[in-house]
Design a protein around this ligand. Sequence first.
Ligand code: SAH
Length: 262
Amino acid sequence: FELNKEKKKKTLSSGNSTTSNDNPSQSLSNSSSSSFSTFLDKMRARLSAGHFRMLNEKLYTCSGEEAFTYFKEDPSLFNMYHKGYQEQMSHWPQQPVNIIIKWLKDKNSSMVVADFGCGDAHIAKTVKNKVFSFDLVANDPSVIACDMSNTPLDSSTVDVAVFCLSLMGINYPSYLQEAHRVLKPCGWLLIAEVKSRFDPNTGGADPNKFLEAICELGFTLELKDFSNKMFILLYFKKKEKQNFKKKGIEWPELKPCLYKRR
Ligand code: SAH
């Protein structure tokens, strides 16, 4: 999970035999027709992987509002995005969403959770808690489709706000402001983010600046866990007293997370 270094294109040996043929599909022997369909499968996989990377880059380089409109016009793009996302995730030794689920299971299930950028709503489907799941498109009836900088929740009603790999838009501070609004005093803010976005050696943000900005918004840092190779985990609590500020906070820019070609 790092900045793309394009692998050299693999030669498509299975496809070459058909190019000089007038009507390849009719004259192929069984074995070459199966290699032709393998070739087509590879081409399809490559196209959908390319499409996923394009959508992913789009989400990291536009605002949440723009992304919301974009997917509203063509919700099928969202499914395409999530197919690619799941494919990428399947290569991670550990998924941050499972660590968050374990954390929730170890706590009291009466805690109300808001899952910001829930994807397939895995948290809501796995824990006993009441979970409000938000994403740009509702691909499950339990999900509320919205731009998460503007959720329908009342202020100070939630015990845990979760952002699991979802701080994507260029206006990400407004998502954290929204989480601050809906959280009860002393409520938890849990953030899992891609580690490379916080590696200043490769153009990533200074993690301390990110932590400071969140604290200025009105949180205290309870725990930071940088032990995983792929992602960082941050646990904050909303300050009890509302002496937070929203303007004048210096938010570091978070670079997009571009996925490797596989
Ligand atoms: N949290 C899930 C999915 C992570 S993918 C998991 O860990 O498996 C990131 C998700 O955030 C995507 O589904 C994307 O659509 C969503 N997202 C990004 N920006 C958003 C916004 N402004 N409002 C709502 N959802 C958003």
